[in-house]
Design a protein around this ligand. Structure first.
Ligand SMILES: Nc1nc2c(c(=O)[nH]1)N[C@H]1C(S)=C(S)[C@@H](COP(=O)(O)OP(=O)(O)OC[C@H]3O[C@@H](n4cnc5c(=O)[nH]c(N)nc54)[C@H](O)[C@@H]3O)O[C@H]1N2
Ligand SMILES: Nc1nc2c(c(=O)[nH]1)N[C@H]1C(S)=C(S)[C@@H](COP(=O)(O)OP(=O)(O)OC[C@H]3O[C@@H](n4cnc5c(=O)[nH]c(N)nc54)[C@H](O)[C@@H]3O)O[C@H]1N2
Ligand code: SF4
Ligand SMILES: [Mo]
Length: 678
């Protein structure tokens, strides 16, 4: 059925935002325009509920600021003076520039930069990858989000496999660990609420008593970056008090004996001093965890945006094995579940099109450094589905790089983002409701299809369309560049070795809209030993501690506060941060500071304070209380600075790299804080 040709109606769809829930949607259309978006009650997991952000999505889709035409820069770099151009001219300008660069400097002088502004697989990792592989451009390591934690989890469990969220209705103890689930995984909260009616308890371990902490039965505040120490302390007590499942450990794990010996060092006294959690609370939590089953640990992204983020997750991921939770329905852990829906990525991305297998790889967390680097300089940057001028760590350095006169920058987006302001060419992007794509959630186990609901907005084009145009103009003749969306979905699902995808075909997806992966992961783990690796020889070979170990954060300066600038409720990273409705809901950024710290600094409630380090500063309104521990400052939301307001939190975040996966360390930086008026 073609939805576009029907001017009126209600059509099934998928939320394309970078959010674990990946809701099923119903899109209402009148006279060819989307008038309302609501949840699809037929969706087996999200069941008709959606967040406020997407309920107000129509305002974003038809925002008068939305880009309709390609633009070319006419004023100085970064000034935001553009004039309208045609697609033909824009594509020719880009490809002429690139042909010239390839000849003079080689293809590695061109760098793509993207993330998951649209989670559709074809939008995020389809024709773009084919194109840049064929071009031979520098490769981007997409590490900004969950890289450290995913690698840490994989050392213990083998890959991105955890508990099926639908089974957590049976869970009796939820530990929400470093996740602000009320804002970032609302359907896990809904399921936990239902389980609560059957007696489940909810514990939240966080550095910030935010909406998720307030929802908990028990909130445990912890000092940033010390979670592995707490987990090791829990293990210490579980072993010491015989609260472990010996049969499970014997049968399904390796390294139990070494771990048992190793955690003797993490006695509650030592752990309390490191984590700021009281000795009584450490005992109480360990006993609760040891005695309640099924228990689920929902491991969030927050605790892995640290210098020791990989090890934090690797360590916590060992806990369910100690109490044998992986055999219980609703027991275990969820870090990310994308492994269940692994499709044929090689068929989609075509790494075979890349000739030079040694092509340089750039860690996206080092964008600033790379743009300013003199060795092997980047001469052209192509940004899509991401807004690095707001979201990247040490963003001032990124902006200095973007200001380079000799850098030819293209930005493809729905809006003239802060990054687009630095572009030479801006291309208008269509929304996810305007093209075909397929989606694999990283939390629930459903594959979903998106069919276009509305016509293209103005002259906007999808990522796939733009890369096909670029390929054509570059003279790439491989059949890979003429594939349609349907062809690519068929290729993605065509994989003989992954039996869990057998029921998934393009036709069955069209018919059913949502299909669940027919797959369990336990007990055949994709670790080297096939078991849960409490001791990891692989880690040892790679120079890591083979046993879970606490290592403190890097102390990058002597400023008194750890600064945690996370996401907020009404934005999705920087998406919505310039939309009126969402800004109104969020009001303004706030800086949470402990009463004792505020008192010592003479700071009063609602006073604008200056936070700073040697990278820069920000001005944010102080909120005083006990939502954060002393020595910690927290703010939420990736607010822009277009209004001139000095609140670009990533000006202060470090661009060091985490212990694993090349991950970002947004939350391990230190700042000072002072009054702005006497
Ligand atoms: N509303 C909304 N939803 C979103 C997003 C959004 O911007 N807004 N972003 C999406 C994306 S891309 C992602 S990756 C996810 C992220 O969503 P989450 O997984 O929830 O991750 P964060 O919100 O970054 O951090 C979670 C919590 O970790 C805490 N934290 C920080 N450091 C530590 C620590 O050292 N220890 C502990 N225990 N806690 C710590 C923070 O205070 C925060 O409450 O959400 C997705 N969903
Ligand atoms: N301080 C701090 N910084 C952070 C974080 C944090 O917690 N604190 N979180 C980090 C994390 S976890 C993440 S995932 C990153 C996210 O960073 P980004 O991936 O940059 O996320 P967004 O800011 O949502 O920007 C996505 C952009 O993609 C555009 N877009 C949407 N759909 C399409 C499309 O189909 N085509 C094209 N071409 N464009 C499209 C949107 O309009 C938007 O401008 O931010 C990171 N930065
Ligand atoms: S952002 Fe998340 S919760 Fe909101 S509609 Fe999309 S998938 Fe659902
Ligand atoms: Mo993310």
């Amino acid at each position: 059925m073609n939805y576009i040709t029907q001017r009126d109606g209600i059509f099934p769809s998928v939320c394309s935002l970078d959010c674990p829930d990946q809701c099923g949607l119903l899109v209402h259309k009148q006279n060819g325009k989307i008038t309302k978006i609501e949840g699809d009650p037929k969706h087996p997991v999200t069941k008709g509920n959606i967040c406020n952000k997407v309920r107000h999505m129509t305002e974003r889709l038809y925002d008068p600021q939305r880009l309709q035409f390609p633009l070319k820069r006419v004023g100085p770099k970064g000034s935001g003076s553009f004039e309208r151009t045609s697609w033909t001219e824009a594509i020719e300008t880009i490809t002429n520039k690139w042909k010239d660069l390839i000849e003079k400097k080689g293809p590695e002088s061109i760098l793509p930069y993207s993330f998951y502004g649209n989670m559709g697989i074809l939008a995020a990792e389809g024709m773009d990858r084919r194109f840049f592989n064929r071009l031979g451009a520098s490769r981007l390591d997409r590490t900004i989000c969950n890289a450290a934690g995913s690698e840490g989890y994989a050392y213990t469990m083998g890959g991105s496999f955890g508990t099926d969220p639908e089974e957590t209705i049976h869970t009796q103890l939820f530990i929400m660990w470093g996740i602000n689930a009320v804002s970032t995984n609302m359907h896990q909260v809904t399921i936990a609420q239902a389980a609560r009616k059957n007696g489940a308890k909810i514990v939240v371990i966080d550095v910030h008593k935010n909406q998720t902490g307030r929802w908990a039965d028990w909130f445990i505040p912890i000092l940033p970056g010390t979670d592995s120490a707490l987990a090791l302390g829990l293990m210490h007590i579980l072993y010491a008090e015989n609260l472990v499942d010996e049969d499970f450990l014997k049968q399904y794990t390796v390294g139990d004996a070494q771990l048992r010996e190793h955690v003797k060092d993490y006695d509650p006294n030592t752990v309390s001093a490191i984590t700021g959690v009281s000795i009584e609370d450490i005992y109480k939590l360990a006993r609760m965890y040891g005695q309640t089953s099924p228990s689920l640990i929902r491991i969030g992204n927050g605790l892995q945006h640290h210098d020791n983020g990989g090890m934090n997750v690797r360590t916590i991921a060992c806990l369910p094995a100690l109490t044998g939770q992986w055999l219980k329905k609703g027991g275990g852990a969820i870090k990310g579940n994308s492994g269940y829906l692994a499709f044929n990525t090689d068929a989609v991305q075509r790494p075979d099109l890349l000739q030079n297998k040694q092509t340089r790889v750039v860690n996206m967390n080092e964008l600033g450094k790379t743009l300013l680097g003199e060795e092997q300089p980047i001469s052209s940057l192509y940004v899509y589905s991401s807004n690095p001028a707001i979201v990247a760590p040490n963003v001032t350095k990124v902006r200095q790089g973007l200001m380079r006169e000799d850098l030819f920058t293209v930005v493809h987006d729905l809006f003239l983002t802060e990054t687009a302001m630095y572009a030479d060419i801006v291309l208008p992007a269509s929304s996810s409701f305007e093209s075909t794509d397929f989606y694999t959630s990283y939390w629930h186990h459903y594959l979903q299809i998106q069919q276009p609901v509305i016509e293209r907005y103005g002259e906007a084009k999808s990522n796939m369309e733009v890369f096909k145009l670029l390929a054509e103009e570059m003279g790439f003749t491989e059949p890979a560049f003429t594939d349609t969306e349907e062809d690519m979905i068929r290729q993605a699902l065509n994989q003989e070795e992954n039996s869990f995808l057998t029921e998934m075909t393009y036709e069955s997806l069209l018919e059913k809209q949502y299909i669940k992966a027919n797959r369990t992961f336990f007990p055949n783990l994709p670790t080297p030993s096939g078991k849960i690796e409490l001791f990891s020889s692989r880690m040892e070979k790679q120079g890591y501690d083979p046993l879970p170990t606490y290592r403190p954060l890097v102390r990058d300066n002597d400023l008194p506060f750890l600064f945690i600038p996370g996401p907020n409720h009404n934005f999705l990273n920087s998406t919505f941060s310039t939309n009126d409705k969402h800004m109104k809901l969020e009001k303004e950024p706030k800086l949470h500071i402990n009463s004792a710290d505020a008192k010592a600094l003479g700071i009063e409630e609602n006073e604008i304070v200056r936070i700073f380090n040697d990278q820069g500063d920000c001005l944010i309104k102080a909120v005083i209380g006990n939502n954060v521990l002393p020595g910690v400052l927290i703010t939420q939301g990736l607010w822009g600075d277009a209004s001139g307001a000095n609140r670009l939190v990533n000006a202060l975040t470090p661009d060091r790299i985490a212990d694993m996966g090349g991950g970002a360390v947004f939350f391990s930086g230190r700042v000072g804080c002072e009054k702005t008026k006497s």
